[in-house]
Design a protein around this ligand. Structure first.
Ligand code: UD1
Length: 431
Protein backbone atom coordinates (compact mmCIF):
# COMPACT_ATOMS: atom_id res chain seq x y z
CA UNK A 1 0.00 0.00 0.00
CA UNK A 2 1.48 3.37 -1.03
CA UNK A 3 2.06 6.02 1.63
CA UNK A 4 3.51 9.50 1.67
CA UNK A 5 6.25 10.32 4.11
CA UNK A 6 6.77 14.02 4.67
CA UNK A 7 9.25 16.07 6.61
CA UNK A 8 7.40 19.32 7.23
CA UNK A 9 8.46 22.83 7.98
CA UNK A 10 9.74 24.09 4.61
CA UNK A 11 7.87 26.98 3.02
CA UNK A 12 6.89 25.90 -0.48
CA UNK A 13 8.44 28.22 -3.04
CA UNK A 14 8.53 28.15 -6.83
CA UNK A 15 6.29 27.50 -9.81
CA UNK A 16 3.83 24.71 -10.47
CA UNK A 17 1.94 23.81 -13.65
CA UNK A 18 -1.73 22.83 -13.33
CA UNK A 19 -3.20 20.03 -15.47
CA UNK A 20 -6.61 19.53 -17.04
CA UNK A 21 -9.66 19.39 -14.78
CA UNK A 22 -10.41 15.85 -13.64
CA UNK A 23 -14.11 16.52 -13.21
CA UNK A 24 -14.45 18.14 -16.65
CA UNK A 25 -12.42 15.36 -18.26
CA UNK A 26 -14.63 12.64 -16.76
CA UNK A 27 -17.78 14.15 -18.27
CA UNK A 28 -16.11 14.92 -21.59
CA UNK A 29 -14.65 11.41 -21.94
CA UNK A 30 -18.12 9.96 -21.50
CA UNK A 31 -19.59 12.46 -23.99
CA UNK A 32 -16.86 11.58 -26.51
CA UNK A 33 -18.53 8.23 -27.24
CA UNK A 34 -21.71 10.00 -28.40
CA UNK A 35 -20.39 10.30 -31.96
CA UNK A 36 -19.26 7.53 -34.32
CA UNK A 37 -16.48 9.85 -35.50
CA UNK A 38 -13.05 10.12 -33.92
CA UNK A 39 -12.56 12.55 -31.02
CA UNK A 40 -9.15 13.79 -29.89
CA UNK A 41 -8.90 15.02 -26.30
CA UNK A 42 -5.93 16.98 -25.03
CA UNK A 43 -4.89 18.19 -21.58
CA UNK A 44 -6.34 15.07 -19.92
CA UNK A 45 -4.91 14.69 -16.42
CA UNK A 46 -3.01 11.43 -15.89
CA UNK A 47 -4.86 10.38 -12.74
CA UNK A 48 -6.48 7.11 -11.73
CA UNK A 49 -10.10 8.20 -12.19
CA UNK A 50 -9.44 9.15 -15.82
CA UNK A 51 -7.59 5.92 -16.52
CA UNK A 52 -10.45 3.86 -15.06
CA UNK A 53 -13.04 5.68 -17.18
CA UNK A 54 -10.91 5.15 -20.32
CA UNK A 55 -10.89 1.43 -19.48
CA UNK A 56 -14.66 1.46 -18.93
CA UNK A 57 -15.17 3.07 -22.35
CA UNK A 58 -12.87 0.49 -23.92
CA UNK A 59 -14.84 -2.17 -22.01
CA UNK A 60 -18.06 -1.39 -23.91
CA UNK A 61 -16.22 -1.65 -27.23
CA UNK A 62 -15.07 1.91 -28.04
CA UNK A 63 -11.58 2.30 -29.50
CA UNK A 64 -9.37 4.16 -27.06
CA UNK A 65 -5.83 5.16 -27.94
CA UNK A 66 -3.64 6.93 -25.42
CA UNK A 67 -1.48 9.01 -27.77
CA UNK A 68 0.63 10.41 -24.96
CA UNK A 69 0.30 11.05 -21.21
CA UNK A 70 -2.26 13.82 -21.72
CA UNK A 71 -3.88 13.00 -25.05
CA UNK A 72 -6.38 10.31 -26.00
CA UNK A 73 -8.15 9.51 -29.24
CA UNK A 74 -11.56 7.89 -28.89
CA UNK A 75 -13.86 6.34 -31.44
CA UNK A 76 -17.30 5.24 -30.31
CA UNK A 77 -18.42 3.63 -33.59
CA UNK A 78 -17.44 0.16 -32.41
CA UNK A 79 -19.48 0.16 -29.19
CA UNK A 80 -21.26 -3.17 -29.06
CA UNK A 81 -22.56 -3.14 -25.54
CA UNK A 82 -24.63 -0.56 -23.66
CA UNK A 83 -24.07 -2.33 -20.37
CA UNK A 84 -21.15 -0.99 -18.31
CA UNK A 85 -19.25 -3.38 -16.03
CA UNK A 86 -19.52 -2.92 -12.24
CA UNK A 87 -15.73 -3.28 -11.89
CA UNK A 88 -15.28 0.26 -13.24
CA UNK A 89 -18.32 1.82 -11.65
CA UNK A 90 -17.43 0.82 -8.13
CA UNK A 91 -14.13 2.67 -8.52
CA UNK A 92 -15.40 5.95 -9.91
CA UNK A 93 -18.65 7.64 -9.28
CA UNK A 94 -18.49 9.74 -12.44
CA UNK A 95 -18.97 6.66 -14.59
CA UNK A 96 -22.65 7.58 -14.20
CA UNK A 97 -21.98 10.00 -17.05
CA UNK A 98 -22.05 6.97 -19.34
CA UNK A 99 -25.79 6.79 -18.60
CA UNK A 100 -26.49 10.18 -20.18
CA UNK A 101 -24.07 9.53 -23.04
CA UNK A 102 -25.37 6.05 -23.95
CA UNK A 103 -29.01 7.00 -23.45
CA UNK A 104 -28.57 10.07 -25.69
CA UNK A 105 -26.84 8.13 -28.45
CA UNK A 106 -28.43 4.66 -28.34
CA UNK A 107 -31.64 5.48 -26.41
CA UNK A 108 -30.72 2.78 -23.92
CA UNK A 109 -28.14 2.28 -21.21
CA UNK A 110 -27.37 -0.04 -18.34
CA UNK A 111 -24.99 1.25 -15.70
CA UNK A 112 -24.50 -0.12 -12.17
CA UNK A 113 -25.17 2.29 -9.31
CA UNK A 114 -22.01 4.31 -8.70
CA UNK A 115 -19.25 4.14 -6.07
CA UNK A 116 -16.67 6.88 -5.51
CA UNK A 117 -15.43 8.97 -2.61
CA UNK A 118 -17.24 8.37 0.65
CA UNK A 119 -18.12 11.97 1.48
CA UNK A 120 -21.76 11.39 2.32
CA UNK A 121 -24.86 9.80 0.87
CA UNK A 122 -24.79 10.66 -2.79
CA UNK A 123 -28.20 10.16 -4.34
CA UNK A 124 -28.70 10.28 -8.11
CA UNK A 125 -32.46 10.84 -8.05
CA UNK A 126 -32.14 14.11 -9.96
CA UNK A 127 -30.28 12.41 -12.82
CA UNK A 128 -33.01 9.77 -13.08
CA UNK A 129 -35.81 12.33 -12.78
CA UNK A 130 -34.23 14.20 -15.71
CA UNK A 131 -33.99 11.08 -17.88
CA UNK A 132 -37.61 10.25 -17.12
CA UNK A 133 -38.67 13.80 -18.03
CA UNK A 134 -36.90 13.28 -21.37
CA UNK A 135 -39.17 10.26 -21.96
CA UNK A 136 -36.99 7.35 -20.82
CA UNK A 137 -38.18 4.58 -18.56
CA UNK A 138 -35.69 4.14 -15.76
CA UNK A 139 -35.60 1.17 -13.40
CA UNK A 140 -33.14 -0.14 -10.88
CA UNK A 141 -32.58 -3.84 -11.48
CA UNK A 142 -29.99 -6.08 -9.84
CA UNK A 143 -27.90 -3.10 -8.69
CA UNK A 144 -27.92 -1.36 -12.07
CA UNK A 145 -29.80 1.57 -13.54
CA UNK A 146 -31.55 0.42 -16.67
CA UNK A 147 -32.77 3.26 -18.88
CA UNK A 148 -34.46 2.98 -22.22
CA UNK A 149 -36.44 5.15 -24.62
CA UNK A 150 -37.41 2.93 -27.57
CA UNK A 151 -39.41 5.77 -29.15
CA UNK A 152 -36.59 8.26 -28.64
CA UNK A 153 -36.03 11.06 -26.16
CA UNK A 154 -38.00 14.29 -26.41
CA UNK A 155 -37.17 17.80 -25.24
CA UNK A 156 -38.68 18.95 -21.96
CA UNK A 157 -38.61 21.60 -19.24
CA UNK A 158 -36.76 20.49 -16.11
CA UNK A 159 -36.45 22.34 -12.80
CA UNK A 160 -33.65 20.95 -10.66
CA UNK A 161 -34.69 20.75 -6.98
CA UNK A 162 -31.04 20.95 -5.87
CA UNK A 163 -28.13 22.42 -7.77
CA UNK A 164 -26.28 19.33 -8.99
CA UNK A 165 -23.20 19.29 -11.19
CA UNK A 166 -23.60 15.63 -12.12
CA UNK A 167 -27.32 15.78 -12.88
CA UNK A 168 -26.96 18.98 -14.93
CA UNK A 169 -24.22 17.44 -17.08
CA UNK A 170 -25.92 14.06 -17.45
CA UNK A 171 -29.25 15.56 -18.50
CA UNK A 172 -27.46 18.01 -20.84
CA UNK A 173 -25.72 15.10 -22.58
CA UNK A 174 -28.88 13.05 -23.10
CA UNK A 175 -30.92 16.12 -24.14
CA UNK A 176 -28.30 17.01 -26.78
CA UNK A 177 -29.57 14.09 -28.86
CA UNK A 178 -33.28 14.32 -27.95
CA UNK A 179 -35.97 15.53 -30.36
CA UNK A 180 -36.81 19.19 -29.73
CA UNK A 181 -35.82 21.69 -27.07
CA UNK A 182 -34.92 21.12 -23.43
CA UNK A 183 -34.63 23.78 -20.75
CA UNK A 184 -32.79 22.99 -17.50
CA UNK A 185 -33.57 25.50 -14.75
CA UNK A 186 -31.57 25.88 -11.54
CA UNK A 187 -28.66 24.31 -13.40
CA UNK A 188 -25.17 24.01 -11.90
CA UNK A 189 -22.77 26.72 -13.12
CA UNK A 190 -19.40 25.08 -12.39
CA UNK A 191 -16.62 25.57 -14.97
CA UNK A 192 -16.76 21.87 -15.81
CA UNK A 193 -20.46 22.19 -16.75
CA UNK A 194 -19.42 24.95 -19.15
CA UNK A 195 -16.48 22.93 -20.45
CA UNK A 196 -18.69 19.91 -21.16
CA UNK A 197 -21.22 22.13 -22.96
CA UNK A 198 -18.41 23.69 -25.03
CA UNK A 199 -17.13 20.22 -25.88
CA UNK A 200 -20.59 18.98 -26.93
CA UNK A 201 -21.08 22.14 -29.01
CA UNK A 202 -17.74 21.50 -30.71
CA UNK A 203 -19.23 18.11 -31.74
CA UNK A 204 -22.28 19.84 -33.24
CA UNK A 205 -24.62 20.02 -30.23
CA UNK A 206 -26.69 23.16 -29.70
CA UNK A 207 -26.39 24.17 -26.02
CA UNK A 208 -26.82 27.74 -24.83
CA UNK A 209 -26.61 29.28 -21.37
CA UNK A 210 -24.11 26.90 -19.73
CA UNK A 211 -22.56 28.84 -16.85
CA UNK A 212 -25.93 30.45 -15.98
CA UNK A 213 -28.89 28.94 -14.07
CA UNK A 214 -30.82 28.24 -17.27
CA UNK A 215 -29.40 25.95 -19.94
CA UNK A 216 -31.24 25.65 -23.26
CA UNK A 217 -30.57 22.67 -25.48
CA UNK A 218 -31.85 22.13 -28.98
CA UNK A 219 -31.51 18.42 -29.73
CA UNK A 220 -29.58 17.31 -32.81
CA UNK A 221 -29.64 13.96 -34.61
CA UNK A 222 -25.93 13.39 -34.85
CA UNK A 223 -22.69 14.59 -33.33
CA UNK A 224 -19.39 14.70 -35.17
CA UNK A 225 -15.63 14.55 -34.65
CA UNK A 226 -13.71 17.20 -32.73
CA UNK A 227 -10.35 18.10 -31.20
CA UNK A 228 -10.73 19.51 -27.72
CA UNK A 229 -8.47 20.59 -24.88
CA UNK A 230 -9.76 20.23 -21.30
CA UNK A 231 -10.04 23.34 -19.07
CA UNK A 232 -7.45 23.74 -16.24
CA UNK A 233 -8.28 22.13 -12.90
CA UNK A 234 -9.44 24.81 -10.44
CA UNK A 235 -9.34 22.38 -7.51
CA UNK A 236 -5.78 21.25 -8.20
CA UNK A 237 -4.84 24.94 -8.49
CA UNK A 238 -6.67 25.82 -5.26
CA UNK A 239 -4.90 22.99 -3.44
CA UNK A 240 -1.47 24.47 -4.28
CA UNK A 241 -2.78 27.93 -3.33
CA UNK A 242 -3.56 26.62 0.16
CA UNK A 243 -0.25 24.72 0.27
CA UNK A 244 1.41 28.13 -0.12
CA UNK A 245 -0.82 29.62 2.58
CA UNK A 246 -0.29 26.89 5.18
CA UNK A 247 3.50 26.58 4.69
CA UNK A 248 4.08 30.37 4.62
CA UNK A 249 5.28 29.91 1.07
CA UNK A 250 5.31 31.78 -2.23
CA UNK A 251 4.00 29.81 -5.21
CA UNK A 252 3.22 30.83 -8.78
CA UNK A 253 0.46 28.54 -10.02
CA UNK A 254 0.53 28.41 -13.81
CA UNK A 255 -1.97 27.38 -16.48
CA UNK A 256 -5.09 28.44 -14.57
CA UNK A 257 -8.14 30.57 -15.29
CA UNK A 258 -7.97 33.13 -12.43
CA UNK A 259 -11.72 33.87 -12.78
CA UNK A 260 -12.50 30.27 -11.71
CA UNK A 261 -10.42 30.79 -8.56
CA UNK A 262 -12.13 33.97 -7.33
CA UNK A 263 -13.87 32.43 -4.32
CA UNK A 264 -10.60 30.77 -3.24
CA UNK A 265 -8.58 33.94 -3.85
CA UNK A 266 -11.06 35.99 -1.79
CA UNK A 267 -10.69 33.65 1.19
CA UNK A 268 -6.89 33.60 0.95
CA UNK A 269 -6.82 37.40 0.98
CA UNK A 270 -9.21 37.45 3.91
CA UNK A 271 -6.90 35.25 5.97
CA UNK A 272 -3.88 37.41 5.23
CA UNK A 273 -2.25 36.05 2.06
CA UNK A 274 -1.30 38.19 -0.88
CA UNK A 275 -2.66 36.93 -4.21
CA UNK A 276 -1.43 38.33 -7.53
CA UNK A 277 -3.41 37.53 -10.67
CA UNK A 278 -1.92 37.24 -14.15
CA UNK A 279 -3.55 36.23 -17.46
CA UNK A 280 -3.18 32.51 -16.87
CA UNK A 281 -1.43 32.28 -13.50
CA UNK A 282 -1.83 33.30 -9.88
CA UNK A 283 0.85 33.88 -7.25
CA UNK A 284 0.11 33.26 -3.58
CA UNK A 285 2.43 34.79 -1.00
CA UNK A 286 1.93 33.88 2.63
CA UNK A 287 4.28 36.05 4.67
CA UNK A 288 2.33 36.69 7.88
CA UNK A 289 0.54 34.71 10.56
CA UNK A 290 -2.81 33.68 9.04
CA UNK A 291 -6.05 35.20 10.34
CA UNK A 292 -9.31 33.47 11.27
CA UNK A 293 -12.40 33.53 9.07
CA UNK A 294 -15.75 31.89 8.45
CA UNK A 295 -16.40 29.93 5.30
CA UNK A 296 -19.43 28.12 3.91
CA UNK A 297 -19.30 25.79 0.91
CA UNK A 298 -21.74 26.57 -1.87
CA UNK A 299 -22.30 25.69 -5.53
CA UNK A 300 -20.17 27.73 -7.98
CA UNK A 301 -19.43 30.64 -7.90
CA UNK A 302 -19.47 30.10 -4.12
CA UNK A 303 -16.62 28.57 -2.16
CA UNK A 304 -16.18 24.96 -3.45
CA UNK A 305 -16.85 21.95 -1.24
CA UNK A 306 -13.82 20.30 -2.88
CA UNK A 307 -11.66 23.03 -1.27
CA UNK A 308 -13.15 22.71 2.22
CA UNK A 309 -10.53 20.41 3.84
CA UNK A 310 -7.65 22.47 2.42
CA UNK A 311 -8.87 25.77 3.92
CA UNK A 312 -9.47 23.98 7.23
CA UNK A 313 -5.75 23.13 7.42
CA UNK A 314 -4.80 26.77 6.89
CA UNK A 315 -7.35 27.87 9.51
CA UNK A 316 -5.95 25.30 11.96
CA UNK A 317 -2.80 27.45 11.88
CA UNK A 318 -4.54 30.84 11.94
CA UNK A 319 -4.99 33.11 14.94
CA UNK A 320 -8.45 32.93 16.51
CA UNK A 321 -11.53 30.79 15.99
CA UNK A 322 -12.84 29.95 12.54
CA UNK A 323 -16.08 28.29 11.52
CA UNK A 324 -16.28 26.08 8.45
CA UNK A 325 -19.78 25.17 7.28
CA UNK A 326 -20.24 22.35 4.79
CA UNK A 327 -23.54 22.74 2.95
CA UNK A 328 -23.14 20.26 0.06
CA UNK A 329 -22.05 16.87 1.49
CA UNK A 330 -22.72 15.70 5.05
CA UNK A 331 -19.66 13.56 5.59
CA UNK A 332 -16.79 15.82 4.64
CA UNK A 333 -15.13 16.33 8.02
CA UNK A 334 -13.53 12.91 8.29
CA UNK A 335 -10.11 14.57 8.28
CA UNK A 336 -10.92 16.37 11.56
CA UNK A 337 -9.76 13.54 13.86
CA UNK A 338 -6.59 13.09 11.80
CA UNK A 339 -5.80 16.81 12.02
CA UNK A 340 -6.43 16.69 15.75
CA UNK A 341 -3.76 13.99 15.97
CA UNK A 342 -1.39 16.54 14.44
CA UNK A 343 -2.16 19.04 17.20
CA UNK A 344 -4.99 20.97 15.55
CA UNK A 345 -7.99 22.01 17.60
CA UNK A 346 -11.06 21.05 15.54
CA UNK A 347 -14.52 20.30 16.85
CA UNK A 348 -17.22 19.10 14.46
CA UNK A 349 -20.88 19.74 15.24
CA UNK A 350 -23.29 18.66 12.52
CA UNK A 351 -22.29 20.42 9.32
CA UNK A 352 -19.89 22.85 10.96
CA UNK A 353 -16.32 22.57 12.15
CA UNK A 354 -15.14 24.98 14.81
CA UNK A 355 -11.41 25.47 14.50
CA UNK A 356 -9.32 27.16 17.19
CA UNK A 357 -6.05 28.08 15.53
CA UNK A 358 -2.81 26.78 17.04
CA UNK A 359 0.76 28.02 16.61
CA UNK A 360 2.05 24.83 15.08
CA UNK A 361 1.10 21.34 13.96
CA UNK A 362 3.30 18.34 14.66
CA UNK A 363 3.88 15.33 12.43
CA UNK A 364 1.86 12.16 12.99
CA UNK A 365 0.71 9.04 11.19
CA UNK A 366 -2.61 9.86 9.54
CA UNK A 367 -4.88 8.29 7.01
CA UNK A 368 -6.47 9.90 3.92
CA UNK A 369 -10.23 9.46 4.25
CA UNK A 370 -11.04 10.69 0.72
CA UNK A 371 -9.46 12.54 -2.20
CA UNK A 372 -9.56 16.18 -1.09
CA UNK A 373 -9.19 15.45 2.63
CA UNK A 374 -6.15 13.36 1.71
CA UNK A 375 -4.57 16.28 -0.14
CA UNK A 376 -5.34 18.53 2.84
CA UNK A 377 -3.56 16.14 5.21
CA UNK A 378 -0.50 16.25 2.95
CA UNK A 379 -0.58 20.06 3.20
CA UNK A 380 -0.86 19.72 6.98
CA UNK A 381 2.18 17.41 6.95
CA UNK A 382 4.14 19.92 4.88
CA UNK A 383 3.31 22.69 7.35
CA UNK A 384 3.91 20.58 10.46
CA UNK A 385 7.04 20.19 12.51
CA UNK A 386 8.60 16.73 12.16
CA UNK A 387 7.57 13.68 10.18
CA UNK A 388 4.09 12.84 8.90
CA UNK A 389 3.09 9.60 7.26
CA UNK A 390 -0.11 9.66 5.21
CA UNK A 391 -1.74 6.25 4.62
CA UNK A 392 -4.32 5.36 1.97
CA UNK A 393 -2.93 7.75 -0.62
CA UNK A 394 -4.72 5.76 -3.29
CA UNK A 395 -7.51 8.33 -2.77
CA UNK A 396 -5.14 11.19 -3.55
CA UNK A 397 -3.87 9.45 -6.69
CA UNK A 398 -7.43 9.45 -8.00
CA UNK A 399 -7.29 13.16 -8.62
CA UNK A 400 -3.78 14.67 -8.37
CA UNK A 401 -1.24 14.01 -11.11
CA UNK A 402 2.29 13.54 -9.80
CA UNK A 403 1.39 15.19 -6.48
CA UNK A 404 4.67 14.36 -4.80
CA UNK A 405 6.72 15.37 -7.87
CA UNK A 406 5.07 18.78 -8.11
CA UNK A 407 5.42 19.36 -4.36
CA UNK A 408 9.09 18.34 -4.46
CA UNK A 409 9.71 20.88 -7.23
CA UNK A 410 8.43 23.48 -4.74
CA UNK A 411 10.95 22.38 -2.12
CA UNK A 412 8.82 19.88 -0.21
CA UNK A 413 10.48 16.90 1.43
CA UNK A 414 8.00 14.22 0.47
CA UNK A 415 8.42 10.69 -0.82
CA UNK A 416 5.98 8.02 -1.95
CA UNK A 417 6.96 4.83 -0.15
CA UNK A 418 5.70 1.28 -0.12
CA UNK A 419 7.67 -0.34 2.69
CA UNK A 420 9.08 0.21 6.18
CA UNK A 421 12.55 -0.01 4.60
CA UNK A 422 11.82 2.99 2.38
CA UNK A 423 10.48 4.93 5.37
CA UNK A 424 13.73 4.29 7.25
CA UNK A 425 15.75 5.31 4.19
CA UNK A 426 13.84 8.62 4.02
CA UNK A 427 14.38 9.26 7.73
CA UNK A 428 18.11 8.57 7.40
CA UNK A 429 18.38 10.85 4.38
CA UNK A 430 16.70 13.82 6.04
CA UNK A 431 18.62 13.21 9.27
C1 UD1 B 1 -19.38 16.80 -8.37
C2 UD1 B 1 -17.89 16.59 -8.28
C3 UD1 B 1 -17.45 16.62 -6.84
C4 UD1 B 1 -17.91 17.91 -6.17
C5 UD1 B 1 -19.40 18.12 -6.37
C6 UD1 B 1 -19.90 19.46 -5.88
C7 UD1 B 1 -17.44 15.17 -10.18
C8 UD1 B 1 -17.05 13.83 -10.67
N1 UD1 B 1 -17.58 15.29 -8.86
O1 UD1 B 1 -20.00 15.71 -7.69
O2 UD1 B 1 -16.03 16.54 -6.82
O3 UD1 B 1 -17.66 17.83 -4.78
O4 UD1 B 1 -19.73 18.03 -7.77
O5 UD1 B 1 -19.21 20.48 -6.50
O6 UD1 B 1 -17.60 16.10 -10.94
N2 UD1 B 1 -27.82 15.54 -5.12
C9 UD1 B 1 -29.09 15.00 -4.96
N3 UD1 B 1 -29.59 14.22 -5.95
C10 UD1 B 1 -28.91 13.98 -7.11
C11 UD1 B 1 -27.63 14.54 -7.27
C12 UD1 B 1 -27.11 15.32 -6.25
O7 UD1 B 1 -29.73 15.20 -3.93
O8 UD1 B 1 -29.45 13.26 -7.98
C13 UD1 B 1 -27.24 16.38 -4.04
C14 UD1 B 1 -25.97 15.78 -3.44
O9 UD1 B 1 -26.27 14.87 -2.42
C15 UD1 B 1 -25.25 17.00 -2.94
C16 UD1 B 1 -25.64 18.08 -3.98
O10 UD1 B 1 -26.81 17.58 -4.64
O11 UD1 B 1 -25.75 17.38 -1.69
C17 UD1 B 1 -24.59 18.40 -4.99
O12 UD1 B 1 -24.11 17.22 -5.59
P1 UD1 B 1 -23.57 17.20 -7.07
O13 UD1 B 1 -23.30 18.59 -7.54
O14 UD1 B 1 -24.47 16.35 -7.90
O15 UD1 B 1 -22.18 16.45 -6.92
P2 UD1 B 1 -21.54 15.41 -7.90
O16 UD1 B 1 -21.91 15.73 -9.31
O17 UD1 B 1 -21.79 14.03 -7.39
Amino acid sequence: MDQYIIKGGNPLVGEVEIGGAKNAALAILAAAIMTDDTVRLENLPDVNDINVLLEAIGGIGAKVERVDRHTAVINGSTIGDISVDYEYIKKIRASYYLLGALLGKYKKAEVPLPGGCNIGSRPIDLHLKGFRALGATVDIKYGAIVASAPDGLHGTHIFMDTVSVGATINIMMAASMAKGNTIIENAAKEPHVVDTANFLNSMGANIKGAGTDVIRIRGVEMLHSTNYSIVPDMIEAGTYMFAAAATRGDIVIKNVIPKHLEAITAKLEEIGCEVEEFDDAVRVISAKKLRRTHVKTLPYPGYPTDMQPQIAVALALASGTSIVTESIFENRFKYADELTRMGACVKVEGNTAIIDGVDKLTGARVSAPDLRAGAALVIAGLAAEGITIVDDIVYIQRGYEDFEGKLKSLGAEIERVTSEKEIQKFKLRIG
